[in-house]
Ligand binder design. Structure first.
Ligand code: SF4
Length: 255
């Protein structure tokens, strides 16, 4: 898979990691709080994340986890019996109508346990590649690489990708391929596979939709640069939203 050149990928990620030097990446967080990480909460949060802004998602998940704090509490309601409340009835006031089907599917899936295999995750109705990769990476700590539209936009601009190349699946596989081939260099840079997603996603806020802020961007050799880099040493990161959802995928701290 040669869609993205190894050396340029490493250079891009290294430059961005340096620029966001104050950020705590998922690999470091996992090392600290793996024992609190909840695959159930991770599946719910990313399952509800499609077409939901981060700020709204955090509030929605907080409510959801108050009502369904763990997998058994959700699975117990998966079928309405003898006039009892169903999952859909209980979740209706928390999520949008379009999200009810995935909530019901998750309730069915977690009656056993949250799957740790990609294929099993993909069998949950409403779970696609990105959610499956998120659950593997954030819920189980596996080598996995979610790649959202922000990440694709950064790659597309830096590498000047053709329209046909701007889809997450081949880009994900290409990045995974580079990661595996050059794993020792990624290790030297302290970049785990999941961190690639975070580095690109974070930079999507500078390399934003219509008007990328190229004057704030240190990436060298970008094929789409519109303005020269202003040369500042680092990029400030809005951490509050990241902190919100990162805490939500942990089991609540014991008091
Ligand atoms: S130089 Fe501009 S277009 Fe290129 S990655 Fe940076 S912000 Fe995006």
């Amino acid at each position: 898979m040669t869609l993205l050149p190894d050396d340029r990928v490493l250079q891009l990620l290294s430059e961005l990691k340096t620029a966001y030097g104050g950020f705590t990446w998922e690999s470091a967080l996992w090392a600290e709080c793996a024992s609190r990480r909840s695959p159930y909460r991770t599946l719910v949060l990313f399952g509800l994340s499609a077409r939901t802004r981060d700020a709204l998602l955090a509030g929605m998940c907080r409510q959801f986890f108050r009502r369904f704090p763990d997998a058994p509490s959700l699975a117990a309601l998966r079928q309405a019996q003898d006039g009892r409340e169903s999952v859909a009835d209980a979740a209706r006031s928390i999520v949008r109508p379009g999200q009810l089907p995935i909530v019901v599917s998750i309730a069915q899936a977690v009656a056993q346990d949250v799957p740790r295999q990609r294929d099993a995750l993909l069998r949950i109705n409403g779970v696609g590649d990105k959610i499956a990769e998120c659950v593997l990476a954030y819920g189980w700590g596996e080598d996995a690489l979610p790649l959202d539209a922000n990440c694709v936009r950064v790659l597309e601009r830096v590498f000047g990708l053709e329209k046909a190349q701007r889809t997450p699946a081949p880009l994900r596989e290409s990045l995974k391929c580079v990661y595996r081939k050059r794993q020792h260099q990624f290790t030297d840079l302290s970049i785990a596979m999941v961190d690639i997603h975070e580095i690109l996603r974070l930079h999507g806020q500078v390399c934003c939709g219509r008007t990328p802020e190229c004057f704030r961007c240190p990436v060298s050799g970008c094929q789409s640069r519109r303005k020269p880099w202003g040369g500042s040493s680092g990029i400030e990161t809005p951490l509050a939203i990241w902190d919100d959802w990162r805490e939500l995928i942990n089991e609540p701290a014991a008091v």
